[in-house]
Ligand binder design. Structure first.
Ligand code: ZN
Length: 162
């Protein structure tokens, strides 16, 4: 079965910056599952995965425009510490990447300055402005269920749990 709109795709990936530093990998944990055509993964990944099938391994180069966006200057914002999605025992220190709720859903931000009750964060995604390389292995391609189609995302391992 080929990857196309309306299919649920499960895959593993290793992510690095183009020609450089390792960023992260899904290996060692559950693979990622997403519903193709619904923006569950960045645009560049969807483009690169289209038409592939289970067992295929390949590299996808993703530009900032098709990835996590361009870096915007002047995107500092002051946020009360209690609004940061900090884990237990996690301290709000400079350089920490954390998650804040916005009107567009959760968003990753980086702390640039920490105060006692609030922090200044850079709201650029940590991978904004970067050319990325995903080394992808497609594990499974299947038809989405009616429920997944109506929710607009994949369920089960690697997908959403309600
Ligand atoms: Zn759902």
């Amino acid at each position: 079965m080929q990857i196309a709109d309306g299919k649920v795709v499960t895959f593993h990936y290793d992510l690095k910056e183009a020609g450089g530093e390792f960023v992260e990998s899904s290996r060692g944990g559950d693979p990622v599952a997403y519903l193709h055509g619904k923006g569950g993964v960045v645009k560049g990944l969807e483009k690169g995965l289209l038409g592939k099938g289970a067992g295929d391994s390949f590299t996808i180069a993703v530009t900032p425009e098709d990835g996590y966006g361009l870096r915007k200057e002047e995107s500092l914002q002051r946020i009360p510490i209690k609004h940061l999605g900090l884990k237990k025992k996690e301290k709000p220190v400079r350089g920490l990447i954390c998650s804040v709720q916005t009107d567009k859903g959760p968003r990753q931000v980086t702390i640039v300055k920490a105060g006692r009750y609030s922090v200044d964060v850079d709201t650029n995604h940590p991978l904004a402005g970067k050319n990325l390389e995903f080394v992808v292995e497609v594990i499974e391609v299947r038809e989405a269920t009616g429920e997944e189609l109506s929710h607009g995302h994949a369920h089960g391992v690697g997908g959403h749990h309600h």
